[in-house]
Design a protein around this ligand. Sequence first.
Ligand SMILES: Nc1nc2c(ncn2[C@@H]2O[C@H](COP(=O)(O)OP(=O)(O)OP(=O)(O)O)[C@@H](O)[C@H]2O)c(=O)[nH]1
Ligand SMILES: [Mg+2]
Length: 614
Amino acid sequence: MIRNLAIIAHVDHGKTTLVDQMLRQAGAFRANQQVEERVMDSNPLERERGITILAKNTAVRWGGTKINIVDTPGHADFGGEVERILRMVDGVLILVDAAEGPMPQTRFVTRKALALGLRAIVAINKIDRSDAEPLRVHDEVLGLFIDLDATHEQLDAPFLYTSSRAGTATAELEQPGTDLKPLFQAILDHVPSPKGDPDGPFQMLVSTLDFSSFLGRIAIGRIERGRVKVGDQVALLPLGEPGLVEGEEFERNKVTRLYTFDGLNRVEVDEAEAGDIVALSGFETIEIGRTFTAVEHPERLAGIAVEEPTISVDVIVNNSPFAGREGKYVTSRQLKDRLYRELERNVALRVEETDSPDTHTVSGRGELHLGILMETMRREGYEFQVSRPRVITKLGDDGERQEPYEELTVDVPEEYMGVVMEKLGPRRSEMIEMRNPGQGMVRLTFRIPSRGLFGYRSEFLTDTRGTGIMHHRYMDYGPWAGPLAGRKRGVLVADREGSVVAFALGNLQERAQMFVSPGDLVYEGMIAGESSRPGDLDVNVTKEKKLTNMRTTASDENVILEPPRQITLEYALEYIEEDELIEITPKTIRLRKRVLTANDRKKAARAARVADAS
Ligand SMILES: Nc1nc2c(ncn2[C@@H]2O[C@H](COP(=O)(O)OP(=O)(O)OP(=O)(O)O)[C@@H](O)[C@H]2O)c(=O)[nH]1
Ligand SMILES: [Mg+2]
């Protein structure tokens, strides 16, 4: 007996924490086994950032039933992956934070799950939060279901009140939960067991991919029908219309390895049958959306569309004066190979060549999607430069230019509502909803061009003194919104190479926020800080104090420096302008002007003015 369940939610609503507790309470760990928190977030970047990046399979046993569980990422950039995963389950557990309520990503994944006809269980989670309002959130989720045209059957979904952290669930708020039994019971009662005749001809859809250097591409999916054994000859059909494939060539090959899931492990098995979720290897050309079948019955399943990228950056060989000092892999050949290798499993990514062998255009679903790739590469020892992100435009039905739009949700204390609206207006946003439950926090929802969001997060955090929360997710393509103002403030550009000196920073910091500290190495054209006014300034950050015999006061001996602004990768992606680049190495993230010498920049600016005037 099998149940296949995906856990879906907005980012941070407690999916991975719940899986921990399900594993624990179902006895997946030995009594004295040391297990880290959020054990499914197993890769280093996931641990460091506290978010799930890749969906992962696990399985527990409850009574005599095997429950396959897929933990999914909640961040909007990975929504496409969640959508694909839904094809291998028969039900979903929708988690909704008892204070935040349904968020844009909750809406997105719920819509996809309901549209596939999946049965849902709803967990109003984090009821232990002091600001939890489980009853209000319960109503909001029902409202969402109705909005999304849930069927009667789907509207009948069981609602549980849970705390992932405490590992409790209850159907009645008056009776506090003591464990997750009510959740396991709801899964057995409400998630249908997979259909699929185990005695029919083998059929399985590739819903997600994995990759190992030893086995190559690995397909993960639910067996729709029949059985498969290691050593079987099976067909891997090309993409196309569902139904029996006639007169079309298809690949056949042997299944070399087969795995099922059990707790934290993949278990090698000889055979698996309809209903179970398996990982299968033996084919070089495994792709999402292709169907495996018995050779004598090549019946294709409906494929899975992979989401189109919405933003691009150029990845460029490092040509800064410090190139090659900190990275292991720096050549265009090495970069190219690495980028193309990423396509093996990062299916929503695109890599294109450009006129220059030193530059590749890399496109993805958002800044986090691209940022994670860059962070991973830098940890592997790569060194490269990245341009400012651009949105990918499209032509609409009437040939007009279109750009991506996002839904932006902002939660702020009432007093900051004004400043948020004031800043978002010129970014071409349009308010679609405002909710003020009367407890001091308001929720504003906007439609805004993706371009309008570039650089906004840091402003937002400053404007709301760190009290605001913002989330955005891709909505659709809409009319090109016209020119948008760029960064308001200019930058300080180092005018020579050298080592940064405290004395120089002391003089500059009144009119600037520095990005560098004493002792850092800079080169001409590198960005050392942000000016408090518009317009860039060339500065000497290596300037020493003139030595004199006479000491004036003791105070100019030690300058007291403000701490520099920490430049993270995602911050840099949002921050830079078109004439700037991010230099990324295993050790450092530097911002620079594309044109390094002050003279050449002046010439370029003059040429641009002339071009504008004519
Ligand atoms: N108070 C409270 N905090 C919780 C609960 N469940 C999870 N958290 C906290 O919420 C944060 C996010 O938890 P995760 O389990 O990583 O959330 P997630 O849904 O897997 O997040 P993504 O995978 O990034 O979408 C962590 O700091 C958890 O400790 C809960 O029941 N109560
Ligand atoms: Mg998670």
